[in-house]
Each structure stands twice: as structure tokens, then as C-alpha cells.
Write a protein that binds this ligand. Sequence first.
Ligand code: KG4
Ligand code: ZN
Length: 342
Amino acid sequence: MLVLGVESSCDETGLALYDTERGLLSHALFSQVAMHEEYGGVVPELASRDHIRRAIPLLEQVLQTSGASLPQIDAIAYTQGPGLAGALLVGASVACGLGLALDRPLLGVHHLEGHLLSPLLASEPPEFPFVALLVSGGHTQLMRVDGVGKYGLLGETVDDAAGEAFDKSAKLLGLGYPGGPAISRLAEFGDPGVYTLPRPMLHSKDLNFSFSGLKTAVLTVVKNQTTNICEQDKANIARAFVEAIVDVLVAKCLTALKQTGLKRLVIAGGVGANRQLREALNAAAQKKRFRVYYPELEFCTDNGAMIAFAGAMRLKENPDAAERNYAFNVRPRWPLNEIGAP
Ligand code: KG4
Ligand code: ZN
């Protein structure tokens, strides 16, 4: 079965073709980062308009690179939510229009399910069950994953998401958008121990996170500078920030593995691309004897492949999951626990 995936929930337009027999045939992505950069964050209206410009050329691109033709598509999976309403509507309307024209069924995919299952696209995918740490710009959750659609929430952030903390702290240091990669790169040049930042909820017995205090601590350090911050000092602060956030994320993952008794940990979402986090998790995995799995770097951040794949996994389990219902129905706020089994 050939599934077309369409992702447009935020500032990346992603299309992909996934075949249940042959795997991922092709994927194409356009990132709007350069456009939003000058505003210091995503401008929703600009995002929607740009998705409109990109969707069809990207569709043509995935068809061309895969050698497939439109009539060969069996079903269309699109990101139904959560995300920016206008941006989601673009992907939904492209999917509905194509579905109607080709007489193919549609499947609305939960964006976070796409992220959660994205490590299964890797060459050595994990088996179920596993613990998943989902760390993106909008979410920070620890989950127990027993299968497609079988997700149990273990803990989540009570305020900012990890990616949000990266972005906001980077902004305070005058780094560009998105801040995650920038602050991570700068941290490499920082000296350890010059600044120590708090590790919020590190010792709370639960699996919840809190990152807004960490961002405020960065703000306080920046404000307390009597002179302009020099580049080295920025790097020192960046290093302290990355160390603090990585410490908390790793500690909570270890607790989640201990609580569930599982030996497989999966990292998903944009922050999963972070080098320092991967290094710390790899070291912990060796020491504590568990396995850690990551999506391919290109599938950590938003992409169409994870949506095509999540749709295909659902359809494999339940071919009736897709419907010939072409009314747009996006869900900008859609809790993951509402999606259920396929
Ligand atoms: O998963 P994603 O592309 O979008 C959401 O669904 O939110 O994640 C984007 C987030 C941004 O906050 C970005 O700063 C962060 O992931 N990010 C990183 C890195 N690459 C992306 N954070 C830290 N280190 C990175 N290398
Ligand atoms: Zn995402």
C-alpha cells in the first residue's frame, strides 16, 4: 500500500511517500526558518501562506524521485493536529483535494504520533514496548509505548517545553531562531563551571518537567552582567544552560526506565537532534545497560516521512482507518491520549 504523507503543522512543509512493502520511497521538505528568522519566531499567517506555495511543488518532487504516479497512491495521511490552525488547514486542504480528485481515503494523523514513531524509520528500529522521550518545540513528554496507538503518558512538562526553553534562552543570548541548534553549537566553546544554572524538578519523585525557571535563570544571569556580554561569556552561559537541561532530561529518562522496567529508550522530536543530549544518553545507556534509539537526524524535526509512516502503520493494523471524508477537520489542540488504537 502506498501512502502519501503531508505535514504542515508549523514552519516546515513536508511530503513523503511510504510503501508498506518497500519502505520510504521519497520525501521532500521545505523549511521556512529563513523567513521567520527576522521576526525571532514563527509568524502563523506567513507560515500558512508559505505552505500554500510549497505543497504542490514538493508533491511533484516526491512523485518524481520515487518514480510513482498520482494514481498509484492508495491513501493520504496528513497532520490533522496539533499545530497552527491556518498551517494545518493548508495540509488538510491539499490532502482533501487530492483525495477527492483521486477517489482515495484520508487519514488524519496526530503530529506527536508521527514524532513518536519516527525512530522506527531508522535502519535498526526498536521493538515495542519502549519508553519514549518526546522533546519538541511544543512538547516534552515521557511515554510508555506498547504499540501503534498504545501510548501511556508517564510525565510531561508543567510549563515550557524543552525546545521552547532552548529557543527562549537562545533569544536572551541574542542568537537567531530557531535557538536550539545555535545555543548547542555555542555551548561547545563554553568553559564548564563558570555558571551553574538550576535543574528544575531534578529531584521530584515524578516524571514531570519544568523549564520556565531555567529560562528565567538565564535571563537573570544576562541581566546581572554589568558590561556587554562578551562572546566567551555567552558561550559559558550556553554551556551551563545545555548542561542543566541535558542533566534533567537524562535523569528523568533513567527514572522512567527504572519505573517501567523497560530497557529500550526512544528519543523523538527536534531536541532529539541535540548533540550534547545524545552524548549524555549514550554514556548513560552504556553505564546502565539499556539501548537508546534516535530517529535519523533529518527526521528529528518536522517532516512528511513520519506522517506517511504513522499513517501507514495505522492502516496496516486497520485498513478501515482511512475514510473518504473530504470535509476539512483540523485539530489545533489535540491531546495525544485522545487518539486511541488504530
Ligand atoms: O519537533 P520540532 O521540529 O517541532 C515541533 O513539533 O515543535 O522541534 C523544534 C524544536 C525547536 O525548539 C528547536 O530549537 C529544537 O527543536 N531543536 C534543537 C536542535 N534542533 C532543533 N534543540 C536543541 N538542539 C538541537 N540540535
Ligand atoms: Zn514537531
